[in-house]
Design a protein around this ligand. Structure first.
Ligand code: B12
Ligand code: SF4
Ligand code: SF4
Length: 447
């Protein structure tokens, strides 16, 4: 079998397995590595120490597979603007979950498909060795996706394809075999557009192509461990897991197709979760709820922390009993109790202040400190907004938050180039039927 034949047959198999795109790059050093080092040095990785620790491994894929010659890059569409944030944009007790996390954990889905592809390759060429990577090993995936011709890295740092947009997952299969390689994607279709940079509600872009995770809602809600800073807690804009704003506004996602895989279909309880229900759910129910989902990355503790901050920032009075319940529960994680105290201080109704008063001398130092600050804040809010006219502090209305709904229609494409379908993505090919994954994912990769 010639190199070209093997390449064509491998790509056809990848399509049969359900991938939307497949491209192959030689296993060279990633061209973006110097940018990555600069990014780390600037502190933009925030608390993601694993990125710093794995810095040398990202210099060359041989660190992951000694005899590597090729990197087969795949992408899978998981969503589009058709699936918005449900009622979360208008209902104060509901939160927003990023689209990528609303179905089954993508690590498992892509990784299993890549393993099947490796099995197929091995059957053709018994000397083939390989390693599947879906954010499960140190590899600059977007760099290799661009090298393999899957799209360009946009100003929002996402890998974008003209027809498929950026709501795609990436995966890689490293192998010792050679193939007929694809040409790198050369053209950047962002043009003079700056929608993503302008729309980011927390100014997280240090500049085009450079995201400072220290200011990013996605980082705060998913990756950050421990309590959120005051600035972060006040600026989640309704998001309790991830953030889609810099993609929602991208014109290249406007006409992007929806994902075809049943596994990524949004679970109704993840689209716009009721945050009061979240606070009331017991740990066993949480374990069952999180099994096999990407939200497991933040764990129950992180999700409840985020939920409390969203409810507190919005001053939702109906959340007080649930927040007080978390604060009163001495067996609860101190982070959740401290976030509940923070929220009660923001809501500052009589019942909220009573709950805080009960914990002035809380035995847990982190909680006692949070209660002290919250009581001070509660008194201030009540003084400013409540006592003056004898009213309880009002709930905040939602308009100041940035909604992640569909972007407004645009007259022309950002680069001035009319969209056209390209031949490469074989999205018309039917994928295999998909079921759910009942077992918890063993993958600890991040987003
Ligand atoms: C760490 C991480 C994060 C961090 C940091 C994100 C970031 N932009 O760096 C946080 C937690 C914030 C995050 C958020 C999200 N992530 Co993330 N994340 C990763 C991870 C694990 C590593 C990325 C990384 O190395 N970052 C370091 C920076 C420097 O690298 P980079 O982003 O690839 O940037 C390249 C270019 O921007 C370029 N570059 C850098 N500076 C400059 C300057 C100039 C001038 C130029 C031209 C280029 C350039 O070089 C860099 C290196 O190649 C990857 C998986 C992986 N192993 O690659 C997933 C990954 C990038 N994430 C993914 C997703 C889906 C998300 C979210 C959409 C989830 C969500 N909805 O909340 C958001 C999107 C936010 C955003 N705009 O990036 C997908 C992206 C798929 C795609 N189509 O691009 C990936 C690939 C996971 C996957 N396997 O599918 N993520
Ligand atoms: S994910 Fe949200 S917070 Fe992060 S850069 Fe994009 S718009 Fe900004
Ligand atoms: S096309 Fe516009 S919104 Fe999309 S990534 Fe490029 S600059 Fe950002």
């Amino acid at each position: 079998m010639s190199l070209q034949d093997l390449t064509d047959r491998l790509k056809a198999e990848a399509v049969r397995l359900g991938f939307d795109q497949v491209g192959i790059a030689p296993a060279v050093a990633p061209p973006g590595y110097p940018d990555f080092l600069r990014w780390l040095a600037a502190g933009h990785a925030a608390g993601m120490d694993y990125l710093r620790r794995q810095e040398p491994s990202r210099a060359h894929p041989a660190a992951l597979l000694g005899e590597v010659r090729s990197i087969i890059m795949v992408s899978l569409v998981y969503g589009s603007n058709a699936s918005g944030s449900g009622a979360a944009a208008s209902s104060p007790a509901r939160g927003k979950v990023a689209r990528y996390a609303r179905g089954v954990d993508y690590h498992r889905v892509l990784w299993d498909k890549l393993e099947q592809l490796l099995g197929w390759l091995h059957a053709q060429r018994p000397e083939a060795t390989g390693r599947a990577v879906v954010d499960t090993a140190p590899l600059l995936e977007r760099d290799y996706a661009q090298l393999a011709g899957l799209g360009w890295i946009g100003k929002n740092t996402m890998l974008i394809h003209r027809r498929l947009g950026s709501f795609t997952f990436l995966g890689a299969l490293l192998t010792n075999l050679e193939f007929a390689y694809d040409r790198p994607h050369q053209v950047n279709h962002c043009g003079s557009c700056t929608r993503c940079l302008d729309a980011c509600p927390t100014d997280a872009f240090a500049g085009p192509y450079e995201l400072d995770a220290r200011r990013c809602i996605s980082y705060w809600t998913i990756e950050h461990r421990g309590m959120l800073s005051e600035e972060a807690a006040e600026n989640l804009h309704g998001w309790v897991f991830g953030c889609d704003i810099c993609q929602d506004v991208c014109p290249w996602n406007r006409k992007a197709p929806s994902g075809r895989l049943g596994a990524f279909a949004a679970r109704p309880d993840w689209i716009d979760p009721d945050l009061i229900e979240w606070l009331e759910l017991d740990p066993a129910a949480w374990r069952a709820k999180l099994a096999g989902t990407a939200l497991a990355r933040a764990k129950r503790v992180g999700l409840l922390r985020n939920a409390a901050h969203v409810l507190g920032h919005r001053r939702v009075p109906t959340a007080v009993p649930a927040l007080a319940g978390r604060l009163d529960d001495l067996g609860e994680h101190p982070q959740v109790r401290a976030a509940a105290a923070w929220a009660l201080g923001r809501i500052a109704t009589q019942a909220a202040r009573d709950a805080l008063d009960r914990h002035q001398d809380d035995p847990e130092p982190q909680v006692a400190a949070a209660v002290g600050t919250a009581r001070h804040h509660g008194r201030r809010i009540q003084g400013e907004q409540g006592r003056a006219d004898g009213l309880e502090p009002p709930a905040r209305s939602l308009p100041p938050e940035v909604d992640s709904g569909p972007p407004p229609p645009i007259g022309e494409d950002p680069g001035g180039i009319p969209p056209q379908s390209v031949g490469q993505p074989p999205s018309a090919a039917p994928g295999p039927a998909e079921g759910g994954w009942p077992t918890p994912s063993p993958f600890r990769g991040s987003i």
